[in-house]
Design a protein around this ligand. Structure first.
Ligand SMILES: [Mn+2]
Length: 321
């Protein structure tokens, strides 16, 4: 890979907060592109444009904003499909996690055998029938795995195989999701598992199971709510007892060092949640994570970057010691 391509995806049909559609803008304002440019040549492809959420003429019984979610994810998939990604790392900046259906469906056209690491506090694998909330951002994986049908998602023509999916850090699953994960034997490592077994060990083991020969491209779908609620405030569905910061950074680093990490979704940052100081902290943490991970993607094998100062401060704050 010789460069990074960044695409803004202000998709917000997956939940009821409006603020997630502002995240690509605030991250650019916070110098996302120049910071990546410091690592390697970076091209900003701009945003995919979505209409604003409208009051639905006819309420869908199972999925809120189902027409926007269906058309929106199709537009994302089509856009990614036509992009030349042969020599580029693709960074998709959301938006809510519903967009993962579009990004991964589009990426599967380039790399049908991709392994997907879903870093998240939640499962996002409800079917419309099992979803307690009706929020589409809790369902993209069920559609990607071909477990759900819905008239607004009739365009889906590719499937992610359950053995190519790895959950990293979930700790808040709905009953229906537990059932789906067990039935399809999907790899699942909660923050407790990560803490017990080690982040590096967990990821290496999971990748080995999903891809024993170590040849498949990897996509990281990173929901910022995977961070512990003490570490991030500006996201819609915070959950306590998340993985430690260093475990998450290590996960990104181990993926990067395989040389096969080709793309990443960055989702659910909501700059309208929290006071000004905590919004600023949330943005700083997210940028730090992206920078550290992509730094290792492009300098894999070369000299290691020292641990970011911010992380150092947190690790020595006593919280984790
Ligand atoms: Mn999610």
């Amino acid at each position: 890979m010789k460069d990074i391509k960044v695409i803004g995806i202000p998709f917000d049909f997956g939940q009821d907060h409006i603020g997630v559609r502002l995240a690509p803008h605030v991250l650019r304002e916070a110098n996302l592109i120049p910071r990546l440019q410091n690592i390697v040549k970076t091209e900003d492809l701009g945003d995919i444009i979505f209409p604003f959420k409208l009051v639905e003429a006819k309420k869908d019984k199972y999925i809120k904003h189902s027409l926007g979610a269906g058309l929106g994810t199709k537009a994302i998939s089509d856009r990614l499909e036509e992009e030349d990604l042969s020599k580029s790392f693709l960074l998709n900046v959301g938006g809510d996690h519903g967009l993962g259906l579009g990004t991964i469906h589009g990426l599967l056209s380039h790399h049908p055998e991709s392994v997907v690491v879903w870093a998240d506090a939640h499962g996002d694998i409800n079917t419309p029938e099992t979803s307690p909330s009706g929020n589409f951002h809790g369902m993209p994986l069920a559609f990607l795995l071909g477990l759900s049908q819905h008239p607004h998602f009739g365009w889906i023509r590719r499937k992610l195989l359950p053995n190519k999916l790895i959950f990293f850090g979930p700790r808040d699953l709905d009953e229906g999701e537990k059932d789906i994960i067990a039935r399809h034997n999907i790899q699942y490592y909660s923050s407790e598992d990560i803490n017990r077994l080690g982040a590096k060990e967990v990821i290496e083991m999971a990748l080995h199971k999903a891809d024993p020969f170590g040849i498949c491209p990897i996509h990281l779908s990173f929901d910022v709510d995977v961070f512990d609620q003490m570490d991030i405030d500006s996201t819609g569905t915070k959950v306590p007892y998340g993985p430690k910061l260093e475990e998450l950074f290590l996960m990104g680093g181990v993926l990067a060092e395989t040389g096969r990490l080709k793309s990443m979704d960055l989702v659910e940052l909501n700059p309208q949640i929290g006071d000004a100081a905590s919004v600023e902290r949330s943005i700083a943490l997210v940028l730090e994570f992206v920078e550290a991970t992509l730094g290792q993607v492009f300098h894999a094998g070369k000299e290691k970057k020292p641990m970011p100062a911010m992380l150092e401060a947190r690790t020595t704050s006593g919280r984790y010691l």
